[in-house]
Write a protein that binds this ligand. Structure first.
Ligand code: PLA
Length: 449
């Protein structure tokens, strides 16, 4: 045997791996080989990872995992916020298919790396979409926009930038909020606190609690705000309340960090759903905005999103951008090209843009009609309780008020899958499945209360 094969050199390790592989493929090989194994190699139960414990499934995406395992033909997935058609199928928008076709047909397109900040055209158009075509902040070059991995990646990049460069490391998030928010910001290096948001008694906004909590937050703290269609509650402040929140936040120099994951899904109108953000930009102050195209363009798996930072001056914005690049480069180097190209193709062409808004409105309208149908179905069954919040709440989700036990009952007995906090993705419902859901809610409320 050659000397290098007896030590644990890389060559040795590769050879051993090869021998183990061949040995399982053909037992004869084993007896014929003369390679020396190190004492632990290949013996099962001796993994250097044997201390690793099984992690729980994600509270939202894990619902789909459980759903997929259920063989029942009745099963219904109302967990993750993903749009489904009346037939219960995922939807690829026509305008997206068209844009993809155009991209494929364009032979001049290549697959080179994008710059660290992503596709310039996509960034420009994304800023315009969220801040408005006539936004003074854009005109004055005070906005920097970087393409990130959908909404989640945009929040994370923003969080990491703030942890490095902002004087206040505390971020206030609403109670409750999307379950990933606390994890994203904690891992970004920020310290997470909550502000009161939802009042279970009224199933509406706890506006007084919100104002009190933001009022007693330390000056300069970061505040995470859902731009529209608050997840999971479906409860948004009115424009008057937004104005009061804005005044309070500006008077205390609290830094707004908007999460805009549902632009167009709340009202069916892209401009209406951006009003809260535009109100804060109009006063000339600074803010962060994380944008996602997962829901409003149905680009979930393409991971298309953007982080915009609105600054006081163009000079600051340019320096902020230079630092955002230092966050991105070691994290994912540069963002993917395909999804951003789809978005840019649609946003820059007036006809395609219009087509998109029509398809988006149709999705929003279908969700609104599901609210009405579910509400009517519960009324028809005489289900105890006031269910008017189903039609009052906004966006993809209804925060039903059902408790953990009732949700578990509905999953066990009716094969209905939803998050344990009682959130229902209305986008997963159809006229055909409303009666089944209404039966399940009725049974859960009458038998499990
Ligand atoms: N922000 C909020 C408020 C969200 O609800 C979601 C997605 C995101 C950001 C992130 O979306 P993106 O990274 O895909 O762009 N929330 C979903 C999915 C729809 C999820 O949990 O990942 C939900 O079911 O709550």
């Amino acid at each position: 045997m050659r000397p290098e094969m007896t030590s644990s050199s890389p060559t040795d390790r590769r050879l051993n791996a090869l021998v183990r592989h061949l040995a399982t493929a053909s037992p004869v090989m084993e007896s014929q080989t003369t390679v020396t194994f190190s004492p632990t190699a290949g013996s099962p139960g001796n993994s250097v990872f044997s201390h690793v414990v099984q992690a729980p499934e994600d509270p939202i995406l894990g619902v789909t995992v459980a759903y997929n395992k259920d063989p029942s033909p009745l099963k219904l997935n109302l967990g993750v916020g993903a749009y489904r058609t009346e037939e219960g199928k995922p939807l690829v928008l026509n305008v997206v298919r068209k844009a993809e076709q155009m991209l494929v047909n364009d032979r001049s397109r290549v697959k080179e790396y994008l710059p660290i900040v992503g596709l310039a055209e996509f960034n420009k158009l994304s800023a315009k979409l969220i801040f408005g075509a006539d936004s003074p902040a854009i005109r004055e070059n005070r906005v920097t926009t970087v393409q990130c991995l959908s909404g989640t990646g945009s929040l994370r990049v923003g969080g990491e930038f703030l942890a490095r460069h902002y004087h206040q490391r505390t971020i206030y998030i609403p109670q409750p909020t999307w379950g990933n928010h606390p994890k994203i910001f904690t891992l970004s290096g920020l310290s997470v606190k909550t502000y009161r948001y939802y009042d279970p008694a009224t199933r509406g906004l706890n506006f007084q609690g919100l104002m009190e909590d933001l009022g007693s937050a330390p000056s300069g703290a970061i505040v995470l705000l859902h731009a529209c269609a608050h997840n999971p509650t479906g409860v948004d402040p009115t424009l008057q309340q937004w104005e009061q929140i804005r005044q309070l936040m500006r008077s205390k120099a609290l830094l707004p960090f908007f999460d805009s994951a549902y632009q167009g899904f709340a009202s069916g109108n892209l401009d209406t759903d951006a009003q809260s953000i535009r109100m804060f930009v109009a006063d000339g102050g600074e803010c962060f905005v994380a944008q996602s195209y997962a829901k409003n363009m149905g680009l979930y798996g393409e991971r298309v999103g953007a982080l915009s930072v609105v600054c006081r001056t163009a000079d600051v914005a340019s320096r902020v951008e230079s630092q955002l690049k230092l966050v991105t480069r070691p994290m994912f180097s540069n963002p993917p090209i395909h999804g951003a190209s789809i978005v840019a193709t649609i946003l820059k062409d007036r006809n395609m843009y219009n087509e998109w808004t029509i398809e988006l409105k149709a999705m929003a309208d279908r969700i609104i009609s599901m609210r009405k149908e579910l509400f009517d179905a519960l009324r028809a069954r005489g289900t105890p309780g006031d269910w008017s919040h189903i039609i009052k709440q906004i966006g993809m989700f209804t925060f039903t008020g059902l408790n953990k036990e009732q949700v578990a009952f509905m999953t066990r007995e009716y094969h209905i899958y939803m998050t344990s906090d009682g959130r229902i993705s209305m986008a997963g419902l159809s006229s055909k499945t409303v009666p089944h859901l209404a039966d399940a809610i009725h049974a859960a409320v009458t038998r499990m209360s």
